[in-house]
Design a protein around this ligand. Structure first.
Ligand code: ADP
Ligand code: MG
Length: 638
């Protein structure tokens, strides 16, 4: 029978640290929360080596009296609540009294603090949970906490730390969340010798958004505001043009606390239904406030999730506010880019006007569909959501350098049996089918002597083959051909690259920056040359020529989203493959593109050049073959 024993305080604290302090960024978050709780109006964050070496947070808050200093690192010691009842009226960010106890248990910890009415400060040095030294010292009013060698005595945790860049990415994200939640507080962030941010206090959240996410996004934000029986909602949501392929840019704050809430994320998605393509997520910076009694913040170790007393009501308020906003009659004024309002000539008026019209159109579209009892098919608005849109320039088939893919005499591999036409359905295809009759290419202009193909529904090609007949998915086939071409060239480092005369800049979040930084070599292999350009901005020097008709920043943006897509921790080779897939998919003709007879012929000819013409890079079939025998059998000729 195993013996039961009481764990020591030190072990208890280490266990708590395991839950609360996952990585340096968690310590940064806890310390910044403490500074805000102490009423600080200025908070300086200094980091060395991604926080593994040093995290220093200095604030000008209320400070800590010398006699209270030892209590700060005692577990379950807090100045923020006194009894269990208080747990349901929490007005501060912290309340459990375990952060400093946990952090000081697993680091070399220094606390220096001075209250505003004291003549001098005091400092306390703690190593692995035990106080080494406490004595008076000189320091400005407020509190400075230094954490060195985090996890020095918990080697397993330390082993889980990622690269400096990655850890700093997480820290920077934690910093961003705080800075967005408290625009009136002055924050600075320094990494080594690099001053990453210096954010003076501001009135308008939009200013902070501009610093972190760039002009373009900030200028196109849609302001929302509502108040409903003590629950207020304020902030901004993004123009659907700036959607993302994951929900990382959905910032939601509740009573000054960054939270994640599935229901509210869903409400947001719901509000944009019909405005964004499947798999795209809106951007948001929303601040909610409500009396603390209406929410339980004590349900998650890092307080990232909360439980609302009436989540249904909050859900409806968010959804309702956004829908009303999208419909509201003064849309025109709302969407005027910020610069214009201030009387400057920011952006050109014509495009601003066009944008306003688009927004009105999509807002109406959204509400029409939302009101039609919810079950009706959603109608695609004519807003320019994607490169598939008809307003984009017509496709061009890229001629393939035959020498790049061999002699051009690769035999067609056999068709897998049991493939049914249902597999051919292109999920993402534009559903607006052409009503044109089948599109017959001119004869004789083609290349393949035996080939004659017709295009059906601007999507499928039907061709006669020696054995019978093939039904070809034009997008899937072209994608496959381009993929093989690009792959050959990328591996041989011969991919055509478009250099930019004037390099473009792109603002990234710190996490995105870190992701790009680690993938820089692979990106170069596919023709995307980028380099750091101060802060979290990158400079785009070149992009793959095959994507020539698209904007470089747009291409890189999509690649970055791809790098960060949840659950994708790709090996270098897989990443290369992934990028090549993406590029070939983007560059290929789309389902819905009308092809000229020359293009059909060119596509069919190229078909013989690729090694696996029967499957697109995603593994879907590119063609179905019906043999003469099968046709005969179906028509009961045999
Ligand atoms: P909690 O924030 O949950 O109370 P912590 O372990 O984070 O627990 O902090 C313990 C206590 O130390 C706080 O309740 C607060 O009284 C004090 N404290 C921590 N950081 C600061 C600071 N920057 N300024 C003033 N007091 C602080
Ligand atoms: Mg705290």
């Amino acid at each position: 029978m195993p013996k039961i024993q009481q764990l020591s305080t030190s072990v208890v604290n280490k266990i708590a640290a395991g839950e609360v302090i996952e990585r340096p960024a968690s310590a940064v978050k806890e310390l910044m929360e403490n500074s805000l709780d102490a009423g600080a109006t200025r908070i300086d964050v200094t980091i060395e080596h991604g926080g593994a070496e040093l995290i220093r947070i200095a604030d000008n808050g209320c400070g800590i009296a010398p006699e209270d200093m030892p209590l700060t690192i005692a577990s379950h010691a807090t100045s923020k609540i006194g009894n269990a009842d208080d747990l349901f009226h929490v007005r501060t960010l912290g309340f459990r009294g375990e952060a400093l106890a946990s952090i000081s248990e697993v680091s070399h910890f220094l606390l220096r603090s001075r209250t505003h009415d004291a003549d001098c400060g005091n400092e306390m040095l703690v190593h692995g949970g035990s106080v080494q030294e406490a004595q008076p010292c000189g320091c400005p009013p407020g509190t400075i906490i230094e954490i060195r060698n985090l996890f020095y005595n918990t080697p397993v945790r330390k082993k889980f730390l990622k690269t400096t860049q990655t850890e700093f990415g997480h820290i920077s994200e934690a910093f961003t969340r705080m800075a967005l939640a408290y625009p009136h507080v002055h924050f600075t962030l320094k990494h080594g010798t690099r001053q990453v941010h210096d954010l003076p206090p501001c009135q308008d959240l939009r200013e902070r958004i501009r610093v972190f996410f760039g002009e373009e996004i900030a200028d196109q934000l849609i302001e929302v505001e509502s108040e409903n029986d003590q629950v207020t909602l304020r902030g901004f949501v993004g123009n659907p043009r700036f959607s993302r392929s994951n929900n990382r840019m959905q910032y939601l704050f509740l009573n000054g606390r960054f939270i994640k809430d599935r229901a509210l994320q869903h409400a947001l998605g719901e509000a944009y239904r019909g405005l964004l393509l499947h798999g795209r997520y809106p951007i948001s910076f929303l601040r909610m406030s409500m009396p603390p009694e209406m929410v339980d913040v004590n349900v998650h170790p890092t307080k990232l999730e909360v439980r609302f007393q009436d989540s249904g009501r909050i859900y409806s308020q968010l959804l309702g506010t956004l829908r009303t906003k999208f419909l509201s009659s003064n849309l025109d004024a709302t969407y005027r880019p910020a610069g214009e309002e201030a009387g400057t000539t920011h952006g050109d008026n014509q495009s601003a006007e066009a944008l306003r019209e688009e927004l009105v159109a999509w807002a109406k579209g959204a509400v029409d569909t939302a009101d039609s009892n919810g079950t009706a098919e959603r109608r695609q608005t004519d807003f320019d959501l994607d490169f598939r849109s008809p307003s984009h320039p017509p496709l061009q088939l890229t001629p393939i350098d035959r020498s790049a893919v061999g002699a051009g005499s690769l035999p067609l591999p056999p068709i897998p049996s049991g493939v049914t036409p249902a597999h051919l359905r292109d999920q993402e295809a534009d559903d607006a089918e052409s009503t044109d009759a089948a599109h017959m290419p001119t004869q004789g202009g083609g290349v393949g002597s035996q080939q004659r193909a017709i295009q059906l529904h601007n999507r499928y090609l039907i061709a006669e083959t020696d054995e019978g007949m093939a039904v070809i998915d034009q997008h899937a086939l072209h994608e496959r051909i381009l993929y093989e071409e690009l792959r050959e060239k990328a591996l041989a480092r011969r991919l055509e690259v478009q250099r930019l005369l004037v390099p473009e800049t792109l603002n990234l979040s710190a996490q995105e920056f870190a992701a790009v930084d680690t993938a820089i070599e692979t990106l170069k292999q596919v023709g995307i040359e980028v380099e750091a350009f101060g802060g979290d901005t990158i400079l785009i020097r070149s992009y793959p020529a095959i994507l020539g008709r698209r904007k470089p920043a747009e291409i890189v943006r999509e690649v970055v989203d791809q790098l960060l897509t949840e659950g994708k921790n790709l090996e270098k080779r897989d990443l290369l493959d992934e990028l090549l897939h993406m590029m070939s998919c983007k560059a290929a003709v789309k389902a819905g593109d009308r092809l000229s007879s020359e293009e059909i012929d060119a596509l069919l000819e190229l078909r013989h050049l690729c090694q696996d013409a029967h499957h697109c890079p995603h593994g879907r079939p590119t063609a179905l073959v019906f043999t003469k025998e099968e046709l005969d059998r179906r028509f009961q000729r045999t």
